[in-house]
Design a protein. Structure first.
Length: 367
């Protein structure tokens, strides 16, 4: 049996592992990206390549050492280089002497035949169509549970009384969810996980800021690529809301955008009516929607050299001024360090608090 693997993006690997094993595959789980991963990726990737390409290159080399023979990954459409990365990774690995199979999923809404062909290739157990649908539903439900636990951790962390409690509990409940198998077990594990997070002692009187995080999908979803920025912000008393979770992204790219009210595309349209690739337009639209909801600030995360996010960054300066909301951008590469990032986050947090207190004081005087 061929050993199969896939890139890691946050905790979603737990649901993908369940699904692929349910279809009869032997799964090699890629290790969490670390310094060795990045060093390998930098060594064998083009110098101009963005951080996600380099991390994935290093990841593939590590899983090959672990015996992986087939890689499942995603493609892409539009004017963004990410859609070509699977082909480039495959070419580099071939040049290095590795004969791997690459299964690339394109957006099923646009390429349904590609989706069907790939599912058939992964169905080693010859599961019936009905059985495949049941297994996909179970994997999807686990993915929802993982996302819901993460979202709640972002709410609890800035209010916890003892720093580090939320992170410790969150790591524990992830194992509860991924240890479930049947639909009933997954639902029960999710309920227990959410209750455990809600039960963490919190200070309801604490002044908590709200920050929206926008940017490119990989550096948003993989904490190792953004140096655990959400945990750092939580420890600084900031409740973060990320513009993208894998369940939402999958749903919107498989069917239609499900945002209630003003959509992201509509919000961005006055500033950027055209698709520029990647998630550049989304970064602008989400920033505007966060501003309308009264958020205290925005953080944009982008790989260094990412053209769509560079375009978005130039426009976000105007959006920041028009909507009176601070925006901080991090362009991430292999040189980015956690100490420097933390210093900038501390200064940004202080700026937002001062702004919020000044506005509150002004309202008291005018009221």
């Amino acid at each position: 049996m061929s050993k199969i693997t896939f890139p890691r993006m946050g905790e979603s690997w737990r649901a993908f592992k369940l699904l692929l094993e349910d279809l009869g595959n032997e799964v090699v789980v890629s290790p969490r990206p670390n310094k060795r991963t990045l060093d390998l990726g930098v060594r064998y990737s083009p110098e101009f390549a963005c951080l996600p390409l380099k991390i994935l290159m290093g990841t593939y080399l590590e899983v090959i050492e672990m015996g992986a023979e087939t890689i499942v990954t995603s493609g892409g459409v539009g004017p963004c280089r990410a859609g070509e990365y699977a082909m480039l990774h495959h070419k580099i690995l071939q040049d290095l002497g590795y004969n791997l199979k690459m299964i690339v999923f394109e957006p099923p809404r646009l390429y349904p035949l590609n989706f069907i062909k790939n599912v058939r290739a992964l169905n080693k157990a010859r599961v019936s169509i009905k059985g495949i649908i049941e297994r996909v539903k179970r994997g999807w439900r686990m993915l929802q549970a993982l996302d819901n636990a993460e979202k709640l951790s972002h709410v609890v962390r800035p209010r916890e009384i003892k720093t580090g409690t939320t992170t410790a509990v969150y790591k524990k409940v992830l194992d509860w969810i991924s240890g479930a198998y049947t639909m009933k077990q997954i639902v029960e594990a999710e309920a227990a996980a959410l209750e455990a997070l809600r039960s963490i002692p919190q200070d309801p009187s604490r002044e908590v800021l709200r920050v929206g995080i926008v940017g490119e999908i990989y550096v948003l979803l993989e904490p190792a690529s953004n140096l655990e920025i959400e945990e750092t912000l939580g420890n600084l008393g900031v409740e973060v809301e990320r513009s993208m979770f894998l369940t939402g992204w999958t749903r919107d790219n498989t069917w239609n955008e499900t945002t209630h009210g003003l959509t992201v595309k509509e919000a961005a349209s006055p500033y950027l009516p055209e698709l520029v690739g990647g998630h550049g337009r989304d970064s602008i639209g989400h920033t505007i929607l966060y501003a309308k909801r009264g958020f205290d600030g925005i953080i944009q995360l982008a790989p260094f050299t990412c053209i769509p996010e560079i375009v978005a960054r130039t426009i976000l300066t105007r959006v920041s001024r028009d909507y009176d909301i601070p925006v901080l951008t991090f362009f991430l590469d292999e040189q980015t360090g956690k100490a420097g990032m933390t210093t900038r986050l501390e200064a940004f947090t202080d700026l937002m608090r001062r702004k919020k207190r000044f506005q509150a004081g002004a309202e008291c005087l005018t009221g």
